[in-house]
Design a binder for this molecule. Structure first.
Ligand code: ARG
Length: 426
């Protein structure tokens, strides 16, 4: 899968070894190639992985080599990402603070792990990334490096250099780095198959409504079609397996749902979130596939899981989301939670029918061969097998302890139940 190009001309004069740099081909990571060479005397091997951000890997590789990298590794890891990172998080119901489906947070540990592999393949002594000193991504990268390969030095140029965009442009020109004449977006974006995140610019004021230009994947719900799209998603063991009755692989499923959901304005999430580094930040996410899949999955759980399993799962979901967000993917605790999730999800199979309509993924039907929904117990019509008589005795005992306490401690003469902080009729 990985392809490499040797180019030894940048290697003249010797060096202290190699560094594997997470490389996008943008201005910052391009400037890092000569900057790291100058500052650390390390030869740069660039590493670019596609997790679903549509980009031309060949072009990125050519640019890396033209910029002075001694080697440029590129890799399509979309299937790995979906099968081993996205779907486990979906099964776990992991939404950070109940909102963010964790696209970026799920991508980082995979990228970092693949970089460690590349560092081993190339006998590198260091790894490097372009994260700032203010975000979560640096934590996810560094913690993963430190966990999997504590011997590797970690270089994060943006945390060290004090370059403005103009400085970077000047540096690029001085070092003959090809600079594309792109208008700098006022936002900081990160994209993979599970979602698009957008921050900074006018979004830094949490009172300001996100302007339409900040969205890239979704139409405004107001402009979405008047006719809903109807889809059916199949799950087995908590994983999606088919769309509209046809088996589909994870990558195709996410691409299809992102496009279809986006056309219906689904998946816009405006979130003031608590970063690990102690600040609140306002993030704008677009995650049509994630929202549709989480909605469908949760709904299927409502018929496939027992009441207790469903309740306990919400706690696991929260813990799982936190550990992913906080960069602890490669932890034993993650394995523990995943073991619970795997067991908890073994009967989560069946179909969910949804309508995609003006910004909403609306579940209109669900069924499963493992369904705990029993028509003969639920019905009010003929065929009802629920034991109405038994309810009476059950209620007597259910209310017994409350009755005892209220009569002994809480009520005076059977009257005047008080709630703290409220003064009511005596
Ligand atoms: N706030 C999100 C997170 O912590 C998204 C970060 C996006 N990263 C970026 N470099 N723009 O996962």
């Amino acid at each position: 899968m990985a392809t490499t190009d040797k180019d030894t001309k940048a290697n003249k004069g010797g060096s202290k070894g190699k560094v594997v740099l997470a490389y996008s081909g943008g201005l910052d990571t391009s400037v890092m190639v000569p900057w790291i060479k100058e500052k650390y005397d390390l030869d740069v091997v660039t590493f670019t992985v596609d997790l679903g951000e549509v980009r031309d890997l060949d072009r990125v590789k050519k640019k890396a080599l033209a910029t002075g990298a001694v080697d440029a590794v590129t890799m399509d890891a979309r299937a790995l990402f979906v099968d081993h990172f996205v779907f486990p998080a979906l099964m776990a119901g992991a939404l950070y603070e109940g909102k963010y489906p964790l696209a970026t947070a799920l991508g980082r540990p995979l990228i970092a792990k693949l970089m460690v592999d590349a560092a081993r393949d190339h006998g590198a002594v260091a790894v490097a990334h372009g994260c700032t000193g203010k975000g979560n991504d640096q934590v996810r990268f560094d913690v993963t490096f430190q966990t999997l390969a504590p011997d590797l030095k970690v270089i994060a140029p943006v945390r060290e250099w004090k370059m403005t965009r103009d400085d970077a442009l000047e540096y690029a020109t001085k070092h003959n780095i090809p600079v594309e004449a792109t208008v700098k977006s006022p936002y900081s974006l990160d994209i993979n198959l599970f979602g698009r995140s957008c921050e900074a610019g006018v979004l830094e004021d949490p009172w300001t409504e996100p302007p339409e230009e900040a969205f890239g994947w979704t139409v405004s719900p107001a402009k979405a079609p008047d006719k809903p799209a109807e889809i059916t998603i199949d799950f087995e063991g908590g994983r999606p397996t088919a769309l509209d009755g046809k088996p589909i692989d994870g990558v195709n499923l996410l691409e299809t749902l992102n496009k279809l959901g986006g056309e219906h304005g689904i998946g816009r999430i405006d979130h003031v979130e608590n970063r690990l580094v102690g600040i609140k930040s306002r993030e704008l996410y677009e995650a049509p596939a994630a929202v549709i899949l989480h909605t469908a999955h949760r709904e299927l759980e409502s018929i496939c899981l027992s009441k207790q399993a469903q309740r306990f799962k919400t706690m696991v979901s929260q813990e799982y989301a936190d550990l992913v967000y906080n960069g602890l993917w490669f932890s034993g605790f993650h394995q523990d939670l995943a073991a619970f999730v795997a067991s908890n999800q073994r009967f989560v199979g069946g179909q969910v029918r949804l309508k995609l309509f003006k910004g909403q993924a609306i579940v209109v039907g669900r069924k499963s061969e493992h369904s705990l929904y029993s028509h003969k117990l639920a019905t009010y019509e003929r065929g009802d097998q629920f034991d109405h008589e038994a309810a009476k005795g059950f209620i007597r005992l259910w209310g017994l302890s409350q009755q005892t306490q209220a009569q002994t401690q809480l009520l005076k003469d059977g009257r005047g139940f008080a709630l703290p902080g409220l003064t009511g009729p005596k």
